[in-house]
Design a protein. Structure first.
Ligand code: BES
Ligand code: MN
Ligand code: ZN
Length: 485
């Protein structure tokens, strides 16, 4: 999909779309169109689309009106994304190859116009590489969008938004690729390719290096897999030299069978997206590097595959983490925290971060608690929690904070080691967070985002089709923009 900005629409394009505010029907519409829209109860609410055909200057046009909601809405930009996304959903496989998009009727700023374009772009992403028999009329047809009536500043705002779109798309690709294609080493290879020429620096730890560092917990998870584990750090130094970096750590379990504590078959295929935290961090770094963000940010991805075989770790095994603390592995399916504890410890030792945020599809209990509307957040710092909540609201990657407390922490004490890797059934997401907190240095602001319910969607949402959502990329990007630049 590409956008072309012009003053007057090319005459050969049949499909014309206009973005309109709620209850604000333009006076230049011909009577039949205006009456048709009214009859169809088109009001211009966010994401509403009305389509008709209309004669203009002797040629028949396919005309679409897309609603952007109220002009003074608080989340105006999200509404504009919805307007753009609704057009993409309707016309992506319509057979039309081009669209004229008129943004001159909704009194937009450049950033608001770019939001409409972002919605259009994000909603038209899909991965068709494995469909060899898709009939022509089911294939995406829309290739070019001619943007007219764009307000001043749209160009610059779009340049930034496009970098973010690339990040989201990269994440969605990583999340969607199946685990026979995407495993720790191929994940690293895809990142090496994606970051080429961006100016970001990539640091890879192989198993030998991790062995030397004493990462017994992370390595224990990968022990039953034929695929070698990796840690990948992606460093973007866009800020002042000497400014301590902000570090984002992602859970990258490229497939989670549960290990010896094997998961039941139904739905196990979902565990290809158990690397959604790492995917979000990689996409966010790509966005930040792409728009040359003025901040020092590092992404650290813990990449492993959790498989059961003759070498796999057993329930009851005790592993020594890089921090020196020991863990009794009671359930090999609680593997995310084992990966993260070593990745978090290493990240703090190596980079001395000013703040650290991890993203992980950590617990099924999080989905039971919050469904698919909010990611769960746990934090030791109110300011950081507030900043993350606010960034999430602004881009539609919503978060809801849950508690940490010593009484929950006690639940993971082990009779034989420093801690066990699972607590009781109750408060499963909280005890997982407590586990991670035991690896956070005193005084370092930290937030843990349990995004198990947000990475994958079984139905289309406002800027995504069903499947990978790209959750987390825009959250991190906005957090950096609002607080670090
Ligand atoms: N990756 C899963 C959590 C998950 C489940 C994410 C469903 C997305 C959808 C995680 O590794 C896991 O298996 N967690 C266990 C923890 C339990 C053994 C304490 C769970 O949630 O059941
Ligand atoms: Mn698991
Ligand atoms: Zn998992």
């Amino acid at each position: 999909m590409q956008f072309r900005f012009s003053d007057s629409p090319p005459s050969h394009v049949r499909l014309h779309a206009r973005v309109l505010n709620q209850e604000d029907m333009p006076s230049d519409l011909d009577q039949a169109v205006a009456e048709g829209a009214r009859a169809a109860r088109f009001k211009g609410s966010a994401g509403q689309v009305f389509e008709t055909f209309s004669m203009k200057d002797g040629t028949l046009r396919r005309l679409a009106l897309a609603g952007a909601g109220e002009a003074d809405a608080t989340l105006r930009r999200l509404n504009l994304e919805k307007a753009g996304a609704a057009l993409a959903a309707k016309y992506l496989v319509s057979g039309e190859s081009a669209m004229v998009l008129d943004l001159g009727h909704a009194d937009l700023s450049g950033e608001e116009a770019a939001a409409a374009l972002l919605g259009l772009r994000l909603r038209s992403w899909r991965l068709d590489t494995y469909r060899t028999k898709l009939p022509a009329d089911k294939r995406p047809s829309l290739e070019t969008v001619h943007v007219v009536g764009a307000p001043d500043g749209t160009h610059d705002a779009w340049a930034e938004a496009e970098a973010v779109a690339r990040g989201v798309e990269f994440t969605r690709t990583l999340v969607t690729e199946p685990a026979n294609r995407l495993y720790p080493e191929s994940f690293v290879a895809l990142c090496e390719k994606a970051f080429e020429g961006t100016g970001a620096e990539l640091i890879v730890l192989d198993e030998e290096a991790m062995e030397k560092l004493g990462m017994g917990a992370l390595l224990g998870v990968g022990q039953g897999s034929e695929r070698a584990s990796r840690i990948l750090a992606i460093r973007w130094n866009g800020g002042r030299t000497g400014d301590r970096p902000s570090v984002f750590v992602g859970k990258g379990v490229t497939f989670d069978t549960g290990g010896i504590s094997l998961k039941p078959p139904p739905g196990m295929e979902d565990m290809k997206w158990d690397m959604g935290g790492a995917g979000a961090v990689a996409g966010a770094l790509l966005a930040l590097a792409g728009r040359k963000a003025k901040a020092n940010v590092i992404g650290v991805l813990g990449l492993v595959e959790n498989m059961p075989d003759g070498k796999a770790q057993r329930p009851g095994d005790i592993v020594t983490t890089m921090s020196g603390q020991t863990v009794e592995v009671l359930n090999t399916d609680a593997e995310g925290r084992l990966v993260l504890c070593d990745a978090l410890h290493w990240a703090q030792e190596e980079f001395d971060p000013a703040r650290i945020v991890d993203l992980a599809t950590l617990t099924g209990a999080m989905i039971i608690a919050l469904g698919n509307e909010h990611g769960g957040m746990f934090a030791n710092d109110d300011k950081l929690a507030g900043q993350l909540t606010c960034a999430g609201e602004g881009v539609g990657d919503r978060l809801w904070r849950l508690p940490l407390a010593p009484a929950y922490d006690k639940l993971i004490d082990s009779p034989i080691a420093d801690m066990k890797n699972v607590g009781p059934r109750e408060a499963g997401s909280i005890t997982a967070a407590q586990f991670l907190q035991r690896f956070i240095r005193k005084g370092t602001p930290w937030a843990h985002l349990d995004i198990a319910g947000m990475v994958w969607s079984t139905k289309p949402g406002h800027t995504w089709d069903k499947g990978a959502t790209g959750y987390g990329v825009r959250l991190i990007d906005r957090f950096v923009k609002e607080n670090l630049e």
